[in-house]
Design a protein around this ligand. Structure first.
Ligand code: AHR
Length: 333
């Protein structure tokens, strides 16, 4: 009996050792539990599951990520989910099967990620959230979340509006163009904006609908609002593209954007800043798409066995018309 136990223990030990690399770290790539992979940068493979190409912001974000990986010499596998969660889940599963070292992704919507993130964790592949958050209670499913504070962005948009109408008690009718339903920026910007204006009973969101973060969506929803709403004073578009679509609809209805109807947007991409500089948009809250360099930094740190903070918030600002005119010549996107 004693001999049998001894053989069993030795076998178990050998199996455990076989599961480790020569440096004593688990053999699975990415080595989530302890020990640094310490790979040469050129040997690291990262799978990135992008949301889609819905906006100028997204185009700038994709370019920045691809450029940053090229500059760092880290291999990038890139997929575009065309704004569909099922496509993103398939892309992540395919990255797991291919045994990439890290998975980074910007979730289309907040919910429904626990299963696939659990699979990545079981495979020992660290996951990095960029731009948008997931609502998973289990924060061990990802290493960090790098991106903007969307609630703050919505609040800054609302704060500007409150200041703009300071001392006036006339009704201010606001229409809101929401981003993709269920996405973190749509939920959080809506929350922040509502919070900022709530102490002003004269300010009312009279209509709110999704334009899916696209220019065509913003135009279509605004056309409908212009028909259904007798008086619109302000548009809060949760991104520049929807705001630009709204401008087209407002002009087609014979009104002057920025004057007859004030427009506030989020992003500060080139076309939005141009419209702000021309007075067609009144205020923009910046949301920076330049996340590539910080993502590379996170990967380098994880590769070296360093810990990274669970949340990394992007630095951002806001723009008035004058500030947009000044910033435009040096704007990267
Ligand atoms: O998640 C960031 C948001 O997604 C940007 O504000 C928007 O333009 C994009 O589509």
């Amino acid at each position: 009996m004693k001999k049998a136990l001894g053989l069993f223990t030795a076998g178990a030990l050998m199996m455990a050792l076989a599961a480790c690399s020569s440096s004593g770290t688990p053999a699975a790539s990415g080595s989530a539990a302890g020990g640094a992979p310490n790979k040469a940068l050129g040997d690291i493979v990262v799978g990135f599951a992008q949301v889609g190409a819905e906006s100028g912001w997204r185009t700038a974000n994709t370019k920045d990520i691809q450029d940053s990986f090229k500059a760092a010499g880290i291999q990038l596998k890139f997929s575009d989910a065309q704004q569909k969660q099922e496509n993103q889940i398939s892309a992540i599963r395919s990255y797991i099967q291919q045994g990439v070292d890290y998975i980074a992704f910007s979730p289309v919507v907040q919910t429904g990620w626990d299963a696939v993130l659990g699979e990545a964790k079981a495979a020992g592949i660290p996951v990095i959230l960029t731009d948008r958050a997931v609502d998973s209670k289990d924060t061990s499913l990802y290493k960090t979340f790098l991106g903007s504070d969307f609630v703050k962005e919505g609040k800054e948009a609302g704060d500007w509006l409150v200041k703009e109408y300071e001392g006036k008690s006339d009704a201010v009718n606001i229409v809101q163009l929401e981003g993709t339903t269920g996405s973190a920026p749509a939920i959080d910007r809506g929350t922040g904006f509502a919070d900022a204006i709530k102490a002003n009973p004269n300010m009312k969101v009279v209509a709110s609908q999704t334009g899916d973060f696209t220019r065509a969506g913003g135009k279509q929803v605004m056309e409908a609002f212009l028909k259904s709403q007798p008086k619109i004073d302000v548009v809060f578009a949760q991104n520049d593209d929807m705001g630009l679509g709204a401008i087209e609809a407002i002009e087609a209805a014979g009104k002057v954007p920025g004057k007859d109807i004030k427009i506030i947007t989020v992003d500060a991409v080139h076309d939005g800043m141009q419209a702000l500089s021309e007075g067609k948009i009144n205020f923009i809250v910046e949301c920076s798409p330049l996340l590539g360099a910080q993502l590379i930094d996170i990967i380098k740190k994880l590769n070296a066995g360093e810990t990274v903070p669970q949340r990394i918030v992007t630095d951002e600002t806001t723009f008035t018309q004058e500030q947009a005119t000044e910033a435009l010549p040096n704007r990267k996107y």
